[in-house]
Design a protein around this ligand. Structure first.
Ligand code: ACO
Length: 325
């Protein structure tokens, strides 16, 4: 029996020009390159210029993905944009992207699941495509976390950066077998009991301000590996696959120690792990499509490869996706 699958047509990414290194941070606050690299694997992050918004990063990533797919923007009928740092409280940043691309049909909306935003956006777009509601989706993760960081808090400001990544999905009929191309399964989870462990202390309805990111780093770390691996086991179970079948593991790029521990627990060999956190820090919803883009461009991820994605973040929210490229 055939199955409708959301097949990846292309991907792209964008990082703002300005780079902020660990050494530059160490000149401003009480930290060191050694501490940051040892605890997180991060060496530098990109910072959006004054007047450069989340939508601008997203538009650049979307254009790169359209070029990679070799398709016209007019064929896109759905845009789902994962972000926690929108240009404005409303309208959605996705409609700014839609307008910039000259698309006046279909639907565009934002989705807020913090660092899990891309997995949640991918899963949402996949569900719409498989029902036949839309035909081609642009799934974006874009963030300007530098705008919600307390630059005097060394426990958080060293961890995050700005960037955007995008993937284009198309509904296609596939044989309905394990060898199908496209999104094979997605699994989303959240548990609001943890909402105060990683949050922003402002908002339109509470303080009428934007606020700053606050985090209990150890608490996040404590839960991360278990939550990530549990939701990956769900993906394996749903598809009858094992860690051995995975060609590439593309995790949310938050912290090298969390990634290493997750891969180790899952028995995924280090050479199958795509790691870019050293180059751009934690870019929240943008980190997975940024890493995907790097690994596709350098020839690691190829058509037919089985790619495992996962993320965990504020809420807590977490999720996994298994995609045959
Ligand atoms: N430079 C130097 N010292 C620092 C820094 C810094 N940037 N930040 C904290 N410290 C100090 C602390 O003040 C503390 O000093 P003290 O012992 O004198 O009090 C010491 O380092 C240890 O602090 P901890 O917070 O216990 O350090 P820990 O080993 O837990 O590392 C870190 C902190 C890196 C944040 C870690 O907890 C972590 O990785 N947590 C996961 C957080 C994360 O990745 N969040 C991203 C969002 S969620 C997600 O995407 C999965």
């Amino acid at each position: 029996m055939t199955a409708t699958r959301s097949v990846v047509l292309g991907c792209g990414s964008y990082l703002p020009q300005q780079i902020l290194t660990n050494a530059e941070l160490a000149a401003r606050i009480d930290t060191s390159d050694e501490w940051i690299v040892q605890r997180t694997g991060i060496r530098q992050r990109h910072i959006a210029a004054e007047g450069e918004f989340t939508s601008h990063l997203a538009i650049n990533a979307a254009r790169a993905a359209l070029a990679d797919a070799g398709i016209d923007a007019q064929s896109i009928d759905l845009i789902v944009l994962g972000t926690s740092t929108p240009d404005h409280t409303f309208p959605a940043t996705a409609v700014a992207v839609q307008a910039a691309l000259g698309i006046h049909h279909g639907a565009a909306f934002d989705l807020q699941a913090v660092c899990s935003g891309f997995i949640f956006a991918l899963s949402t777009a996949d569900s719409f495509l498989r029902t036949g509601a839309f035909k081609r989706a642009l799934v974006i993760g874009a963030e300007t976390f530098s705008r919600i960081l307390d630059w005097s808090d060394r426990g958080t400001c060293v961890l995050f950066g700005d960037g955007a990544g995008a993937v284009i999905l198309e509904a296609q009929q596939q044989p309905g077998a394990a060898s199908d191309r496209g999104v094979l399964t997605t699994h989303l989870r959240s548990d609001g009991r943890h909402k105060s462990k990683l949050y922003v202390d402002g908002g339109p309805s509470s303080t009428r301000t934007v606020g700053y990111l606050r985090m209990e780093g150890r608490e996040v770390f404590k839960h991360a590996v278990g939550m990530i691996t549990d939701v990956i086991y769900d993906a394996f179970k749903a598809t009858g696959t094992t860690a051995e079948d995975i060609d590439w593991f593309v995790p949310h790029q938050a912290n090298k120690r969390i990634i290493d521990a997750s891969a180790h627990k899952l028995h995924i060999a280090p050479q199958k792990v795509v790691l870019t956190v050293d180059l751009h820090g934690n870019t929240s919803a943008a980190s997975i499509p940024l890493a995907l883009s790097v690994a596709v461009k350098d020839g690691r991820i190829k058509k037919g490869d089985l790619v495992l994605l996962e993320a965990m973040g504020g809420g807590f929210t977490w999720g996994s996706a298994l995609v045959r490229w």
